[in-house]
Write a protein that binds this ligand. Structure first.
Ligand code: ADP
Length: 191
């Protein structure tokens, strides 16, 4: 059977993690968050985690080969998944190309990129609000939050054009209630 592979895209704080949970329940897709995987590596104090930790707390991206390696392992370890929701990946052109290459080799390319769009000032408010309770060091300082948004604008946002060129980009308004946004996403997937 054909798999559904979705890139859930958007700036930090756009709601990718929240919405991934609903999409996972509704479509049975495997949720893959590179941020969560990296935080797991840090927790476990692996060499990879040690390499990532400083960059993450400074609001910078970790090197491409490191996250691409994690994703390749995960795809190999889950050959029977019905499909994947990629959350926080790809974040650079090199990552997007590596993902395409790997998925094409397996036979199931990306179906859609759903791009959540939220204005910067809302993002900063959401992230600092989350930082008050989440314990995530990169959500605590406004400087680091803004640095992450800058990194997104510079290195990640251009990927919309990459997927648009493949006819896969769907822009989704990320302002509204969680349920409203879930409905917009499911409309885009079902339509
Ligand atoms: P958010 O989207 O809210 O910033 P994430 O959990 O997706 O949170 O990412 C947290 C941090 O992990 C990023 O700022 C970055 O340092 C690192 N990271 C996550 N995914 C990637 C990736 N695909 N490429 C490079 N760095 C990544």
């Amino acid at each position: 059977m054909k798999k559904t592979n979705i890139v859930l895209f958007g700036p930090p704080g756009a709601g990718k993690g929240t919405q991934s949970k609903f999409l996972n329940e509704r479509y049975g897709l495997h949720h893959v968050s590179t941020g969560d995987l990296l935080r797991g590596e840090i927790q476990a104090e692996t060499p990879l985690g040690l390499q990532a930790q400083e960059l993450m707390s400074a609001g910078e991206l970790v090197p491409d080969d490191l996250v691409v390696g994690m994703i390749r392992n995960l795809l190999e370890d889950n050959p029977d998944a019905q499909g994947f929701i990629f959350d926080g990946f790809p974040r650079t052109r090199a990552q997007a190309e590596a993902l395409d290459e790997t998925l094409i080799r397996i036979g199931d390319p990306i179906s859609l990129m759903l791009a959540l769009e939220v204005p910067e000032e809302d993002l900063v408010k959401r992230l600092l609000g989350r930082g008050a309770t989440s314990g995530r060091p990169d959500d605590k300082s406004e400087e680091v939050v803004r640095k992450r948004i800058r990194e997104y604008e510079k290195k990640t946002a251009p990927l919309k054009e990459f997927y648009h060129a493949q006819g896969k980009l769907r822009r989704i308004n990320g302002i509204g209630s969680i349920a409203e946004i879930t409905a917009r996403l499911t409309d885009a997937i079902d339509g």
